[in-house]
Design a protein around this ligand. Sequence first.
Ligand code: ADP
Ligand code: ADP
Length: 224
Amino acid sequence: DALLVLENITRSYEQADNHLVVLDGADLTVRAGEMVALVAPSGAGKSTLLHIAGLLERPSAGEIYIAGHPQGNAPDRERTLMRRNEIGFVYQFHHLLAEFSALENVALPQLIHGEKVAEAQSRALELLRYMKVDHRASHRPSELSGGEQQRVAIARAMANAPRVLLADEPTGNLDPTTSDYVFRALNSLVKQSGIAALVATHNLFLAERMDRQITLVDGKIVEL
Ligand code: ADP
Ligand code: ADP
């Protein structure tokens, strides 16, 4: 049930005047139903790690397994399919489509995926219900509060039933009460669906409530 495995990941960047090693032998396993908090100072390599785990960027060396499938050296086409089918992304800013209702935003990834309209809508509604925002299903993003928008964005990330959820500051622009509410909804969804979640956050209070906390030290992952 190790759904996300990073093995000895190295990533360096060639900059104008130096060779910057951001990740230097990073190892991580996230299991089904587990929510892991990634807490590290700015510049430590959190985004790089999330991009590599999300198959948006390739490591310089090392292997990535998504639900047991090695992806480090897989062809682009296979990585793109794996990303669409098995990985959900949540960002600090929700990136919902302004012209569509909450329900349509959540149904859209499934429609793109070839799902029938009625089925996509009923799953979208179910996800909105899980995230406790189904009463706002017919509203557009601009008519929703920040917390509601973020709960819709999480529902959308789950639309294609991914096995891995990657979140970058999902509560970054929310007040503490709203953050707490979003966190609870996310946590219950992770537990119910058995997804493996890796959540980068600066919110230590929320991090402590996750199953494990990790940080990056000299490009390696260290448990807190
Ligand atoms: P964090 O998300 O923890 O703030 P990042 O992963 O964004 O850290 O960046 C880690 C380091 O790698 C930073 O010093 C950043 O400047 C550098 N970096 C990130 N992406 C690139 C890139 N595409 N080219 C060169 N340097 C990069
Ligand atoms: P699409 O199906 O629209 O072509 P992709 O397969 O490129 O999307 O991407 C799948 C997921 O990866 C989407 O959820 C998208 O938000 C995310 N994604 C794609 N490119 C980036 C990027 N450069 N940075 C962060 N997330 C990205």
